[in-house]
Write a protein that binds this ligand. Structure first.
Ligand code: ADP
Ligand code: ASP
Ligand code: MG
Length: 440
């Protein structure tokens, strides 16, 4: 059994969906096909939700109508026969009737999650209609029947495994299963999701649950590149990397993978392949336990970072100081990304400042607290880079004109991270492309 996950651009146009259908019938291996929403849909649903949260029903209504028109056009080109078109139309009617109904009820967080779920529900159902029209046998298995998360938003892999096995068992005669990425059910039984970009995470969890032979992530680029292609002109695909390297890159900003999407595959030893729907024959990136080579592989950047510096004369010679600081962050359920210490102070970073005012208030008795928002973590990732000759020298040479705020070295042997003001991100990534990879 293998997993094939197709992202938004891979299903975003009718002709792309036709290509996906060709890709899934290329071999006979049983497969679970995980689909994202059509590209742009989740963003539109977020906007609809925001309009409703602001009690701006008129705008929400217009946004819903525009999205519905987009789907009407989409199905006209997706299917040919009257029967298929009628099925596709009734799916659109069902989901957009729901969206029109919510215009009349009061907004809540639970409703927001229901709204966001419509994208993946629509894409999978429409794809199923197309497969049926093409005579491709398959079964549609609802993610909301097996993908569960607990009170801490953590997926419950044990229960996912059992429920998914039962669902597959119900369709013993089928070898192609279609399901939704991104969406899940929470501990209260409500519709929820695995956060933006979460379809990769769904795919990896499903791969772990069925002990898949491979988890294929099909997207719009030929694998993990050495640098962010949205920022830097010349980037190259990496053929092979380890789970650790991929997890660091995903966590520290490489958008091609959801930050949490590597651990399930790593834990259950399922190889992950990053492949390009627009260029299916390209080699892509293979992610396994093996790094393939030593040295710098890629850099990534993560925005929206807040740096906090606590200066305290009491830190001098005091044991237990760091524990007390960390406990404050733990109490406010805020995780720390980077940390550096000196004899008189500690600097750390967080990527979620929802509870920052309360955190600062509790930190103040320990000393002076300085906060810098709008920072970016740039991570340099590669197998054993901390032991690789000249990396630090190359790094500092390349970035001699960049105001580096923090450096984290040695936390693991495959990551060096620096903190910079976000305004220097583009320049930093470009300089590293030349300094570390020799690419202009
Ligand atoms: P999908 O909709 O298929 O999930 P995403 O947009 O989430 O696709 O991820 C693919 C995009 O990730 C690419 O188009 C690329 O712009 C971006 N990206 C950022 N960093 C990297 C990287 N290091 N390697 C490859 N792609 C990257
Ligand atoms: N559709 C969701 C999003 O846009 C999930 C995904 O595409 O992975 O965030
Ligand atoms: Mg994605």
């Amino acid at each position: 059994m293998k997993i094939m996950k197709f992202g938004g651009t891979s299903v975003g146009k009718p002709e792309r969906m036709h290509e996906v259908a060709k890709l899934i019938v290329k071999d006979k291996e049983p497969k679970i096909v995980v689909l994202s929403a059509l590209s742009g849909t989740t963003n539109s649903l977020v906007e609809i939700s925001n309009s409703l949260a602001n009690a701006d029903r008129n705008t929400a209504k217009q946004q819903i109508e525009a999205l519905e028109a987009h789907y009407q056009n989409f199905i006209e080109k997706l299917v040919k026969t009257e029967v298929a078109l009628a099925s596709a139309k009734s799916i659109i009617t069902e989901h957009f009737e729901f969206l029109h109904i919510i215009l009349k009820i009061s907004f809540s967080e639970a409703l927001n999650k229901d709204i966001l779920a419509q994208g993946e529900l629509l894409s999978t159902k429409l794809f199923s209609v197309y497969l049926t029209e093409q005579g491709i046998e398959h079964a549609l298995i609802p993610a909301l029947d097996f993908m569960t998360i607990d009170n801490d938003d953590e997926p419950q892999i044990g229960s996912i495994k059992v429920k998914l096995a039962q669902l597959l068992q119900r369709h013993k005669d089928r070898t192609i299963f279609i399901t939704q990425g991104f969406i899940s059910r929470n501990a209260k039984g409500e519709v929820d999701n695995l956060k933006r970009g979460g379809s990769d995470y769904s795919a990896s969890l499903i791969a772990a649950a069925v002990n898949a032979s491979v988890c294929e992530i099909w997207t719009d680029i030929d694998g993990m590149h050495n640098n962010d292609p949205r920022v830097v002109k010349k980037t190259v695909a990496i053929e092979q990397m380890s789970f650790e390297e991929a997890a660091e890159l995903a966590y520290f900003g490489a958008k091609i993978l959801h930050p949490a999407s590597i651990w399930p595959a790593q834990f259950y030893k399922v190889p992950v392949k990053l492949l390009n729907t627009l260029q299916p024959e390209a080699r892509g990136t293979l992610i396994t336990e093996l790094a393939g080579s030593v040295g710098v592989k890629a850099v990534a950047a993560k925005d929206g970072i807040t740096a906090i510096k606590i200066k305290s004369s009491r830190m001098l010679l005091a044991y237990g100081f760091l524990r007390k600081i960390f406990e404050i962050f733990e109490k406010h359920r805020t995780s720390i990304d980077m940390i550096t210490t000196s004899e008189v102070g500690v600097s750390l970073t967080i990527d979620n400042d929802t509870n920052l005012p309360a955190i600062i208030q509790e930190l103040e008795p320990f000393g002076s607290v300085e906060v810098d928002v709008n920072q970016t973590i740039v991570s340099i990732v590669g197998n054993e880079i901390t032991e690789t000759k000249d990396v630090m020298q190359q790094l500092f040479n390349a970035l001699k004109d960049i105001p580096i705020r923090m450096v984290s070295y040695g936390g693991s042997s495959h990551n060096i991270s620096i903190l910079i003001p976000k305004s220097f991100k583009v320049q930093t990534l470009q300089l590293l492309n030349v300094g570390l990879f020799g690419l202009e």
